[in-house]
Design a protein around this ligand. Sequence first.
Ligand code: APR
Length: 233
Amino acid sequence: MSGKRIVVLTGAGISAESGIKTFRDSGGLWEEYNIMDVATPEAWERNRELVLEFYNQRRKQLYEVAPNDAHCALVELEKEYDVHIITQNVDDLHEQAGSSQVMHLHGELKKVRSSVDETLVYDLDGWELKPGDKCEKGSPLRPHIVWFGEPVNMIPAAADLSSTADIYVIIGTSLNVYPAASLVNYVRPGTPVYLIDPDDLSVGHIPELHVIKEKAGTGTKKLVKELMGKGKP
Ligand code: APR
């Protein structure tokens, strides 16, 4: 069913109520780990075992959690709208909930890739990527994650998508990490932008900004209730 187009940008906050830690909140992952030790190409060169262990733990946890009300409410919107999700998250909770158009900006936890040829991407069987695991060409496999300092190849497509939105929704991201945080700049002037987050965020001047200061589950359900019935021409 394709009516108006809704583009949704999500971050770690949408998965918080599923039990996955965010990065920058108090108690977040970047308090426990140093980004430079686990999420950069330099870390991979310096201490592969630590990097593998960090992502193995994230992946193991992902097998123990489930989508929450926010992920599910976004699926509901597809009954009336052409919904595209752009997520910074490496979990697959949008897909598990049933969203049909999901773009991952920062990679996917359940996939791994060759460390020399980034086009060789594989589904990992189970949660553990081991230090000796190799791609079909014999090079070490690494997590399929965009690390700090690496290009975000999906950005041009995400920017194009953002520029075609009739409604733009931002859920659970601190908008601290670029270039993802700049996607809202591609939204056409006059497009309503909904921001769902329990914290006060500074997003700059957006004329049609509607802030829903709630956790993702409650906030997204409220927004979906408001939008249903208005999507078809
Ligand atoms: N519902 C909605 N939002 C929430 C909730 C919740 N239950 N709990 C926390 N939040 C909000 C926080 O207020 C914050 O604005 O989620 C946001 C989380 O921000 P970050 O931890 O910075 O996560 P994110 O914006 O996704 O980080 C971007 O940084 O480390 C990298 O690659 C990683 O993709 C990630 C990127």
